[in-house]
Design a protein around this ligand. Structure first.
Ligand code: PMP
Length: 396
């Protein structure tokens, strides 16, 4: 039976990392996958995380199963990060959060919950969006439609098309929104644009699903939640899938959460019971370590301050690399305007490089970026910048 199975295509992002690893060139650079690198090109464990792990090693008394929803103290701090200290959404009981294995796991649980318990079976995602979105939603059984988001010539948002496309959505359709640091374009909505999206969702009874994987990598931990909080103040129902892979550097701990916001506390209890049922059918209950790290840090004023500082350093280093990239390209004699890169947010930018140029970067220069032209700015350092910019100057 298995001999009939066809070979799956390589994953567009993780498959690139496999090729990168097999590349023998010394000065190769991986700007494909979204992993934060420090100035030394490393992805070290955050100091706040190491300290929390030391506490856990000392104090952990059991490896007993968690409940289906995970660590309760963790779920509580997630809500505070999302909606703000003392938010009425939290105190009213309208929000219910379950720990999930990464942002990916949270998106999958959200999708399956919608499919099995509601009439919301269509989800609108931005064009372009993170390469795994369509895969996750279609595999879960949702129909995926696209709304325009990006004007390639202007390297800017195409907000009019976004609004026009979403005006064709039906009541009950789900709209996937990137909370901040849009992946892959690095272009976020302004507050005025969030306001209009919120109004459209409210008027047309669309259900926002926030993918919030980069809180703290845009303007700041609280600042980056502004769009989510604004939309949450205008619509009766929404979902959030958040991830701590990037902002806590907990990539391989697989830690995120799915949050349902319902019209009232009673509806939230019922919705949450079905979220738990979905989790039970998928992996029964989540692993503990990542959640215990995050809740230990966020419930300790000293560790939290340390984490806030570490996120700030990551955010500022990425911003510095954006400026250096633009300046270095100029210094290499590139006349094309790349200044848009320094106006964008988060780990990624859409370079505008075409498939042939991307292929030459890899084959001739050992510089790996995703076929779409998406560059992980977070993988740039002062050391690899000359290699990157010389190569780009050549392929242009
Ligand atoms: N959403 C977006 C937009 C992402 O970029 C990522 C990670 N690349 C995720 C979700 C998934 O994160 P995780 O690794 O926590 O599953």
């Amino acid at each position: 039976i298995f001999s009939q199975v066809l070979l799956a295509p390589a994953d567009p992002i993780l498959g690139l990392t496999d090729t990168f690893k097999a590349d023998p060139r010394q000065d190769k650079v991986n700007l494909g996958v979204g992993i934060y690198k420090d100035e030394a090109g490393q992805t070290p464990v955050l100091t706040s995380v190491k300290k929390a792990e030391a506490i856990l090693l000392e104090q952990e008394k059991t490896k007993n199963y968690l409940g289906i929803e995970g660590v309760q103290a963790y779920n509580h701090v997630v809500q505070t990060l999302l909606f703000g200290e003392g938010s009425a959404l939290i105190t009213s009981g309208r929000a219910a959060t379950a720990q999930a294995p990464g942002g990916t796991g949270a998106l999958r649980i959200a999708a399956e919950f919608l499919l099995r318990n509601t009439d919301s079976h269509t989800i609108w995602v931005s064009n372009p969006t993170w390469a795994n979105h369509q895969n996750i939603f279609e595999t879960a059984g949702l129909a995926v439609k696209e709304y325009g988001y990006y004007k390639a010539e202007a390297h800017d948002i195409d907000f009019d098309t976004m609004m026009t496309d979403l005006s064709h959505a039906n009541a009950g359709d789900v709209v996937l929104l990137h909370g901040c640091c849009h992946n892959p374009t690095g272009i976020d909505l302004t507050l005025a644009q969030w306001e209009r999206v919120a109004q459209l969702c409210a008027d047309k009874k669309l259900v926002p699903l926030f993918d919030f994987a980069y809180q703290g990598f845009g303007a700041g931990i609280e600042e980056d939640a502004a769009g989510l909080r604004l939309v949450a103040s205008k619509v009766p129902e929404l979902l959030v899938a958040n991830s701590f892979s990037k902002n806590f550097g907990l990539y391989n701990e697989r830690i995120g959460a799915v949050t349902v916001v319902a019209e009232d506390a009673d509806a939230a209890v019922r919705a949450f019971s079905q979220v738990k049922r979905t989790i039970r059918a998928n992996y029964s209950n989540p692993p503990a370590h990542g959640a215990l790290i995050v809740s230990t840090i966020l419930n300790d004023a000293g560790l939290k301050a340390m984490w806030v500082q570490e996120v700030k350093e990551m955010r500022e280093r990425i911003a510095e690399m954006r400026t250096l990239f633009v300046d270095s390209l100029k210094a290499e004699g590139v006349t094309q305007d790349f200044s848009f890169i320094s106006r964008q947010n988060g780990m990624f930018s859409f370079s505008g490089l075409n498939k042939a140029q991307v292929a030459r970067l890899k084959d001739e220069f050992g510089v790996y970026i995703v076929g779409s032209g998406r560059i992980s700015v977070a993988g740039m350092t002062k050391t690899n910048m000359p290699v990157i910019c010389k190569a780009i100057a050549q392929v242009l």
